[in-house]
Design a protein around this ligand. Structure first.
Ligand SMILES: [Zn+2]
Length: 295
């Protein structure tokens, strides 16, 4: 057994993974990370990881000493198993692995979250056969990875400049791709457009989309969002020329309203996109947790 942890931009998820890469239990908690300063955030994250791990272990009645490794996916730059930069939480230079190893006496490995998800898709999902692919993890931000044969490289696609002098990004630049096309931006924009409560959940948004009660407004919004998303994808496709672009993260949750439409729109840009095809993350939102346990 292995424990996989996904430190997302707005949640922490902990799962138990079998040797065969199967997720058998998962617990998660939504967290508003920006509420905390760096000093308080580190112990808080550690505490929430421990608490979620305890719930999973208790539910499965598995003693901690039977867990072989703990893997953690973090949205940031990881060097030598340490979190060097995670601008999303304003965390810098944190040896979280060492702290957890001292506590549990189990090896802990930290990796970039998009790399984790791409690894899981490469081993168990929709990227198994592909030679050159791009993985985009659309969630609170946009994580990226490039797959070339058996090598998976971290790629800052979320911080490509889509609009010079545009929206301010947490990375310090302006006009980054993720400030226009992350799923957080998608959901917040929809909430604003339809004048919904700020706290409207993804489940509620999906229901509203299903009902299409504001059909015209919703259509215009989806078109606008997908145009911007595609603008970023076109740049990536031109740059990397991958066989496949795999879309993961909570984008998969809204598949019905976004994915096919995006593919239709991409056909209109065939000249720019070339032979690049699209696929969705087969493992959906669990790719990150499963991938965190992979070497
Ligand atoms: Zn940025």
């Amino acid at each position: 057994m292995k424990i996989g942890i996904d430190l997302g931009g707005s949640h922490i998820a902990v799962g138990m993974i079998t040797e065969q890469g199967k997720l058998i239990a998962k617990k998660e908690e939504n967290i508003n990370f920006i509420k905390y300063n760096e000093k308080d955030l580190k112990p808080f994250i550690r505490d929430r990881i421990q608490s979620l791990m305890n719930v999973v272990l208790k539910e499965l009645q598995i003693p901690i000493f039977t867990v072989k490794t703990i893997g953690i996916g973090v949205p940031g730059i990881i060097q030598e198993n340490k979190i060097q930069t995670c601008t999303k939480y304003h965390i810098f230079h944190w040896d979280l692995a060492k702290e957890l190893e001292e506590q549990y006496h189990i090896p802990v490995k930290i990796q970039n979250d998009a790399i984790c998800a791409a690894k899981a898709e490469k081993k168990y999902g929709n990227l198994q056969e592909v030679k050159k692919a791009v993985f985009l993890c659309l969630g609170t931000g946009i994580g990226g990875a490039t797959i070339v044969e058996d090598t998976i490289l971290p790629s800052e696609y979320g911080h490509l400049i889509l609009q010079e002098g545009g929206r301010k990004c947490h990375c310090g630049k302006k006009g980054c791709f993720e400030t226009y096309s992350s799923m957080k931006v998608f959901k917040n924009g929809l909430i604003e457009k339809l004048q919904l409560k700020e706290t409207t959940s993804s489940e509620q948004l999906l229901e509203i989309l299903e009902k299409q009660s504001n059909k015209g407004e919703i259509n215009t919004y989806l078109e606008e969002y997908l145009d911007t998303l595609l603008a970023g994808i076109v740049i990536i496709a031109k740059m990397v020329k991958p066989e496949l672009i795999c879309l993961g993260g909570s984008f998969v949750y809204f598949e019905k309203f976004l994915y096919h439409r995006l593919q239709e729109k991409a056909l209109e840009k065939k000249q720019e996109i070339g032979e690049t095809k699209f696929t969705l993350a087969k493992l959906g939102n669990t790719a990150g947790i499963i991938g965190a346990t992979l070497e």
